[in-house]
Structures are given as structure tokens and as C-alpha cells.
Design a protein around this ligand. Structure first.
Ligand code: HEC
Length: 162
């Protein structure tokens, strides 16, 4: 997968109970389908079974608060950067198209998602589960190089339509 520059985003999101509750509702709607694992009943990742076979195999990741195997060591800014641009904040690699990017979501919603991921909710309780590495096909890699590109990090705040 192609590599890109990473910009460090200095950001600490509001983690008030209201924001965590709002983030929980969004995560259940937007992330659970792919990241929820039926054995752990937490967001520890699973195989993407409805991938078209010509793309090879893919697994979603453990996004619980595990320091070793989840995203507990990521900063708030790193999570926001990944969800906006699709570029992995540590490797600079473009995250394949089967992980969605949240380009137009308001800052309020996106920051609430991060607040929830940091919470002590059961869905993100630290889990050491490690998923198999996916094996994207040549076709999938070619598409990523030729067609799918990362998104620019927004230059302005994205307001919420309250
Ligand atoms: C359509 C399925 C799908 C949905 C929906 C989805 N993800 Fe993912 N996500 C993936 C896959 C697959 C990967 C692994 C990509 C790869 O191979 O590197 C991933 C990777 C990630 C990573 C990178 C973790 C790491 O250690 O590299 C984070 C963080 C993440 N997702 C957060 C989220 C959040 C937060 C949401 C909801 C707002 C979400 N994802 C929704 C499929 C999904």
C-alpha cells in the first residue's frame, strides 16, 4: 500500500459523559458492524466476510483500549487524523478502502466518537485479541494505488447542524 506524509494533530477531545453517550450511539451505528467480534462481544475486530473474493481477505482491527493490541496508545489527534484522511498515523500507509473515511462528519460527531473509544464502556474494554493479517489481492492493491486516494485533512472546523 502506498505511503503518505502524516501531520501531527494537536487535539484533546471533550470526554464529558454527554459526549461519550453521543459517541456510543454513533459507534454502534457506524463502527460496530465491522469491528464487533461475536466471541469477545467487544470491538476487537473480525474477518470482513462480505468482501468480494477478488479483493483477497481483510480483517478489521482491535480498537479497544488495549495498550499492546488496541489503540490505547494513540493520541486523540491520531485517531481523528486516521478517520478523516485514511492515512495510518504511525506508518503513513493508506488504510484500504474497506475501512470507511469520515470526511464530512462534523467535528462534534467525530470528537464524540473518539471520546467514546477512550471510555470505560464494555465495547472498548482492553482486550488482547490479535486478528490475522489480511491478504489483499494484487487487484485490491492495484486499485488502492490507482483509484483510491487519501483525503485532505480539513483546513477549517466542520460545524455541526444543531
Ligand atoms: C466497513 C467496515 C468498517 C467500518 C464500518 C469501520 N471500520 Fe475501522 N477498520 C476496518 C478494517 C477492515 C480495518 C483494517 C484496515 C487495514 O487492513 O489496515 C479498520 C481499521 C481501523 C482502525 C485502525 C486500527 C489500527 O490499529 O491500525 C481504526 C482506528 C478504526 N478502524 C476505527 C473505526 C471507527 C472509529 C469506525 C466507526 C466510526 C470504523 N473504524 C468503522 C473496517 C471498518
Amino acid at each position: 500500500m502506498p505511503g503518505y506524509d502524516v501531520t501531527k494533530i494537536d487535539l484533546v477531545v471533550d470526554k464529558s459523559p454527554e459526549r461519550v453517550a453521543h459517541g456510543r450511539a454513533l459507534v454502534i451505528n457506524l463502527c460496530k458492524l465491522c469491528h464487533m467480534n461475536a466471541e469477545t462481544m467487544a470491538l476487537t475486530g473480525q474477518q470482513m466476510l462480505d468482501m468480494p473474493p477478488e479483493f483477497g481477505t481483510a480483517y478489521s482491527k482491535n480498537i479497544t483500549n488495549s495498550k499492546e493490541h488496541g489503540i490505547a496508545k494513540w493520541t486523540d489527534g491520531e485517531i481523528v487524523w486516521l478517520l478523516r484522511t485514511g492515512i495510518h498515523p504511525h506508518t503513513g500507509k493508506y488504510i484500504p478502502p474497506w475501512m470507511p473515511k469520515f470526511v464530512h462528519m462534523s467535528d462534534y460527531d467525530l470528537h464524540s466518537i473518539v471520546a467514546f473509544l477512550r471510555s470505560d464502556d464494555q465495547l472498548v474494554a482492553p482486550s488482547d485479541r490479535v486478528n490475522t493479517e489480511g491478504d489483499p489481492s494484487f487487484f485490491a492493491k492495484a486499485l488502492v494505488v490507482a483509484v483510491f486516494k487519501p483525503f485532505d485533512y480539513p483546513k477549517q472546523p466542520i460545524p455541526h447542524p444543531f
